[in-house]
Design a protein around this ligand. Structure first.
Ligand SMILES: Nc1ncnc2c1ncn2[C@@H]1O[C@H](COP(=O)(O)OP(=O)(O)OP(=O)(O)O)[C@@H](O)[C@H]1O
Ligand SMILES: [Mg+2]
Length: 439
């Protein structure tokens, strides 16, 4: 078998006798594919070294001063679980061996042993542990979460978020043939269902009242629109929104992103724990504004906060709705105030939009050749991954797969806390305060 340099098994030798450590080094040099990453004289040193060098295998003597091998094995099994421990003892210490195995050792060697015994035992124990870890490690998040989350957001009401979200979802489902879920996060007064002429039987409130959330539960609460868009409707009554928390929203978005291409979240205006959670989870935020001064002032504040939250230029796209209306303020003036240019312009077209809203049919299907429908197509392109994002995703997937790292999202039970990596669960006031105070 050819062992590549980077596949060498990293070994730590732990024995209180310098001569034994030296002999082990020599024996290991006969077998290809090993590298000795360090030596320790007792269990205490072994634990510290194991945490630092994270070896693949530790050869651990049982009887040592200061701290013996069994105690050290127990600590390492818990604190450095990716390391395989093989204990070494002399004849007549079989009781110790049983204890060592119970403490988490994978195998043992009775001194004196041959180079062949040593090499074979290390390979066997290491292979077995590697296979076990591969099988039971949760899939890396980058491989599990394939869908893109798009949040349609504004800091001013009535700017066209729901109009844009419903048409974007329909465009992606009908013309781009993607599996799309439209989530109505305007929890109190959401009108996604009415804009799509649909009557929901179950809503997001039916998910939030369960103790455990899984894909099946979420799927069971979706309705399917004629366009193929699946819809998770907002609660039927405003008071039912109270039961829905940021944790529910994070779990729902994460689960949906594992099974669909696009998750479009129609948001209420303003920042709170729920909207911030969705914004954090989003791959793309469409910040919608119009050419009205209050909308622009609030959009500028929002862009500042998003920048401080670490959202990159790529994540946030500026969408100017009703762009064609001449209302005394030019687009150039607006771009100057916002210190960035508009990414997608959507024209004002009451003759197409109003009947579409009243009939509950997205205009991308009822008037596909209208100018406004063409701009929704531009938007559909803008929510897909950019070249830089594609490269980053490929790199992350490669790294994740290589390491077999367990960074999955615990989206099964609410008690477990829903992934989100380093995302802070803090109130909006707390988060914004800490941004501006550098805390
Ligand atoms: N490009 C457009 N041209 C003409 N009318 C539009 C356009 N975009 C939105 N509208 C109209 O503006 C109104 C508000 O739109 P919409 O409900 O989508 O806004 P919203 O941001 O979701 O509002 P809210 O903050 O209440 O959720 C609707 O009556 C819609 O018909
Ligand atoms: Mg709306």
């Amino acid at each position: 078998m050819i062992v590549m340099a980077e596949q060498r098994i990293k070994i730590l030798i732990v024995d209180d006798t310098a001569e034994t450590r030296e002999n082990l080094r020599k024996l290991l040099s006969f077998g290809q594919g090993f590298t000795v990453a360090g030596e320790a004289e007792n269990g205490k040193e072994a634990i510290a070294l194991a945490k630092r060098v994270r070896p693949d295998v530790i050869l651990m003597d049982v009887n040592m001063p200061i701290m013996g091998g069994i105690e050290a094995t127990e600590a390492i099994s818990v604190e450095v679980p990716t390391t395989t421990v093989i204990v070494m003892s002399v004849q007549g210490e079989s009781e110790y061996l049983r204890e060592a195995m119970a403490a988490g050792a994978r195998d043992y060697l009775i001194k004196p042993f041959s180079a062949d015994d040593l090499v074979n035992t290390i390979r066997r124990a290491h292979d077995m542990d590697s296979r076990r870890r591969e099988r039971f490690a949760p899939a890396p998040i980058a491989l599990r979460r394939t869908g893109r989350i798009v949040a349609v957001f504004s800091t001013k009401g009535g700017v066209g978020k729901t109009t844009i979200a419903t048409n974007l979802a329909a465009e992606l489902a009908t013309h781009a043939h993607k599996s799309v879920v439209l989530v109505d996060l305007d929890l109190q007064f959401g009108d996604v269902a009415i804009m799509l002429d649909s009557i929901p039987v179950r809503t997001i409130a039916d998910i939030a009242k369960e103790d455990e959330i899984d894909s099946e539960l979420v799927e069971a609460c979706l309705l399917t629109h004629k366009s193929g868009v699946r819809v998770l409707a907002s609660p039927l009554r405003p008071e039912q929104a109270e039961v829905i928390t940021a944790k529910h929203v994070e779990a729902i978005l994460t689960l949906l992103a594992e099974t669909h291409d696009f998750i479009i979240a129609d948001m209420p205006q303003g920042l709170n724990d729920i909207t911030l959670t969705a914004l954090d989870a989003a791959d793309r935020i469409l910040l919608v504004t119009t050419l009205e001064l209050p909308a622009i002032k609030n959009a500028r504040l929002c862009l500042e906060i998003m920048e401080a939250l670490g959202y990159g230029q790529d994540k946030v796209k500026l969408v100017l709705n009703r762009s064609s209306r001449d209302i005394g303020l030019s687009i150039e003036e607006m771009e100057k105030i916002l210190r960035r240019s508009v990414d997608v312009h959507i024209p004002s077209d009451g003759r197409v939009v109003v009947p579409s809203v009243n009939k509950g049919v997205p205009f991308v299907t009822s008037a596909p050749s209208a100018r406004i429908s063409q701009t929704i197509r531009d938007l559909a392109r803008a929510v897909g991954p950019s070249d830089a994002e594609r490269a980053a995703m490929a790199a992350a997937a490669g790294a994740g797969a290589g390491a077999g790292a367990g960074v999955g999202v615990a989206a099964g039970a609410l008690g477990g806390g829903h992934g989100g990596g380093a995302r802070r669960q803090m109130s909006i006031a707390g988060r914004i305060f800490s941004i501006f105070t550098g805390g």
